[in-house]
Design a protein. Structure first.
Ligand code: NAD
Length: 303
């Protein structure tokens, strides 16, 4: 059995309010749309009827409308072929009312998600998953990149707490997915952090994690990060969203961090829900706005 450190920081930790931070971003986007006479367009494609995906897609559409965007939700049947989906993306690529195209993942197994993502025009790839955008981010061309929304939202919360200059901070990112872990590590590196990436094959992850000033957990394992993983005073960003069943038959959402035992050690921590989750949609709005700005600046029509 592991021992839990008994030390604690003097000040109570800040519980980072992702809802408030995301609303502030949405307000900025709304104001920019009006002030710059823009009509950003966002198309969100849903294939099949996964209930969780349907909720995410609906929320994205609602936010887009709130921001004054042109919003399209395209619902496709579970049995839609890969070719049919690619044809819809092709149409949206050349639709001048659409600036952002997002395909909700996961896709049904008969569709190659990789091929679908690479079919989205890189300039409209507001999820930031196309190789062109991955390359821009990895090579440090942040001005050209569309950066994945969850890491971008996490960085926003980190800078809100620690300030813009993260030079010299040791950041530990737990998880190496293309959607969260890897782009998060690239972003933190770009902001002058010393970055360590932990993953499922890492030996003694708790020892490495204990060196971190900033911990970003993006794993999908409820409560993986325990108190003995944390240096007192660290900032902890919990990206994980895990639904666990309770003894009474109900369920609830928890993160990858054992919040109750970790929070007292930290200088600040994001809760689940209400931390990183709301940021992802807000940054999707910001990414779509930035594409609309680029199109307007150079008079692009994509036809
Ligand atoms: P993923 O399954 O693609 O990747 C998980 C990563 O965790 C892998 O790289 C794996 O190597 C690593 N891992 C697995 N077990 C580990 C262990 N014991 N120790 C260290 N590393 C381990 O998942 P993902 O898409 O990156 O998502 C991660 C979590 O973040 C999930 O809970 C997901 O629901 C959540 N998520 C939240 C948002 C949001 O908006 N807040 C967005 C995307 C993902």
């Amino acid at each position: 059995m592991k021992t839990v450190p008994s030390f604690s920081t003097k000040a109570a930790p800040v519980i980072i309010d992702g809802k408030a931070a995301s609303q502030a971003i949405v307000e900025q986007v709304k104001a920019a749309v009006v002030a710059e006479h823009l009509r950003p367009g966002l198309a969100v494609l849903l294939v099949g009827s996964d209930p969780a995906s349907a909720v995410y897609v609906r929320n994205k559409g609602l936010r887009a409308k709130e921001c004054g965007f042109h919003s399209e939700q395209i619902d496709l049947d579970e049995n839609t072929s890969e070719g049919e989906l690619l044809a819809v993306i092709g149409r949206l690529n050349s639709d001048e009312n659409i600036h952002g195209i997002l395909v909700q993942l996961p896709l049904p197994r008969h569709i190659d998600a990789h091929k679908v993502i690479q079919a989205i025009h890189p300039m409209k790839d507001v999820d930031g998953f196309h190789y062109v955008n991955v390359g821009h981010l990895a090579s440090g061309a942040l001005g050209d990149a569309l950066v994945p929304c969850t890491p971008l939202g996490s960085l926003h919360l980190i800078q809100q707490h620690l300030g813009n200059d993260l030079s010299g901070k040791h950041a530990v990112v737990i998880g190496r997915s293309n959607i969260v872990g890897k782009p998060m590590a690239s972003l933190l590196l770009q902001h002058n952090c010393t970055v360590t990436v932990l993953h499922s094959r890492t030996f003694e992850p708790e020892k490495l994690c204990r060196q971190a000033d900033i911990v970003v957990a993006a794993v999908g394992v409820p409560g993986l990060v325990k108190a003995d993983w944390i240096k007192p005073g660290a900032l902890v960003i919990d990206v994980g969203i895990n639904r666990i069943e309770l003894a009474d038959g109900n369920s609830r959402l928890v993160g990858d961090v054992a919040f109750d035992e970790v929070a007292p050690l930290t200088s600040a921590i994001t809760p689940v829900p209400g931390g990183v989750g709301p940021m992802t949609i807000a940054l999707l709005m910001q990414n779509t706005l930035s594409v609309a700005r680029r199109f307007k600046k150079v008079g692009l029509t994509m036809r």
